[in-house]
Design a protein around this ligand. Structure first.
Ligand SMILES: NC(=O)c1ccc[n+]([C@@H]2O[C@H](COP(=O)([O-])OP(=O)(O)OC[C@H]3O[C@@H](n4cnc5c(N)ncnc54)[C@H](OP(=O)(O)O)[C@@H]3O)[C@@H](O)[C@H]2O)c1
Length: 308
């Protein structure tokens, strides 16, 4: 039951050690040194070269190192083996913390205080209490629900949006096109935690921005493809939006000279809102392999027709 590790951005040796602790008998190969392709039963991957997985005749499952799988689904040769996405506590906690960090940063005008400190200025700027700050979360899956649950005890007024109707204890929810209108009209903060699909591409664009209250802040931690960059710049320029925190971009790394780098109302982080820490995510991978070997149903399998 050999595993092939394929990722240019994750540390293969750390993953090897974490998986060896959990599955000591699992042979671990790192692409491109994969040996006989017929040996490979599991592929643990982030953005593998298109066509690579199609060349593995005995693949039993594709295990994604990321929660979002659209880079894999974009490969027309992707084999039929179940595609398991990353769902792990460490990643979920990271994302919830990122959303809280960004909401508080804007609500408590942290940047202004950083500037004031640089000039030794003592001047309280005031802020709205959390209970008067409305946060709309697009996507109420693993990460959206965790973000909502992290904001609620701080007093924020949270509403979440999903494709299908949801009944999540303690969280106010809406769904579908009407639900999006309702959420937008009352979102001082709009947080995007949607998967990137044909339906959600470009959702953070002019019409949704126009539906937000004046002065709203947009937080995108999902995918760069959700955002229409020119529409964001226009909405910030007109003053309709007051800021944006962006962790993901259409082109990554964000190219030198991109206007987002120097925009005074945009906060950029390098796609690290939710990190797949091997120590916190290897249990999920080991569990998937154990289940597959035992012939049990796999968890968190992507529905390819839905796209997430
Ligand atoms: N920046 C980072 O570091 C980072 C890290 C990890 C993940 N991500 C991104 O976060 C995304 C979300 O991850 P997750 O684990 O929370 O995904 P998930 O559990 O699959 O949840 C997706 C949510 O989005 C909703 N949704 C999908 N299509 C929709 C549509 N057309 N209209 C309304 N709602 C829709 C789903 O609705 P239903 O509940 O009705 O199905 C679900 O609530 C990933 O796909 C990835 O792109 C980013």
């Amino acid at each position: 039951m050999t595993l092939l590790f394929v990722s240019a951005s994750d540390n293969a040796e750390v993953w090897r050690a974490e998986l060896a602790r959990r599955l000591p008998d699992l042979p671990f190969r790192v692409w491109p040194d994969m040996g006989d392709p017929a040996d490979i039963r599991y592929a643990l991957v982030w953005k593998p070269p298109a066509g690579l997985l199609a060349g593995l005749p005995n693949l039993k499952a594709i295990l994604s190192l990321g929660a979002g799988v659209e880079p894999l689904l974009n490969d027309p040769t992707l084999p039929d083996a179940p595609l398991v996405r990353m769902v792990a506590e460490g990643l979920t906690e990271d994302m919830a913390a990122y959303v809280v960090l960004q909401v508080l940063r804007w609500q408590r005008t942290l940047d202004a205080y950083v500037r004031q400190q640089a000039e030794a200025v003592w001047k309280p700027l005031g802020h709205r209490p959390a209970s008067e700050v409305r946060v709309g979360i697009l996507g109420l899956g693993v990460l959206g629900e965790a973000a909502a649950r992290a904001l609620l005890p701080l007093g924020f007024d949270v509403l979440g949006w999903s494709r299908t109707r949801k009944d999540i204890p303690g969280i106010a929810t809406v769904h579908g096109a009407d639900g999006l209108k309702e959420l937008a009209a009352r979102s001082d903060f709009l947080v995007c935690l949607l998967p990137l699909t044909a339906e959600t591409r470009g959702i953070l664009g002019a019409s949704l921005f126009a539906a937000l209250p004046r002065g709203a802040v947009v937080i995108n931690a999902a995918r760069g493809g959700h955002l229409v960059e020119a529409d964001l710049l226009a909405a910030l320029g007109s003053g309709h939006l007051s800021g944006a925190s962006l962790d993901v971009f259409a082109e990554e790394p964000l190219r030198a000279g991109h206007p987002f780098w120097t925009h005074p109302k945009i906060h950029v982080t390098p796609h690290n809102a939710g990190v797949t820490h091997p120590s916190r995510c290897a249990d999920h991978v080991a569990d998937a392999i154990r289940r597959a070997e035992a012939g049990q149903p796999l968890l968190h399998v992507v529905d390819r027709t839905r796209g997430y």
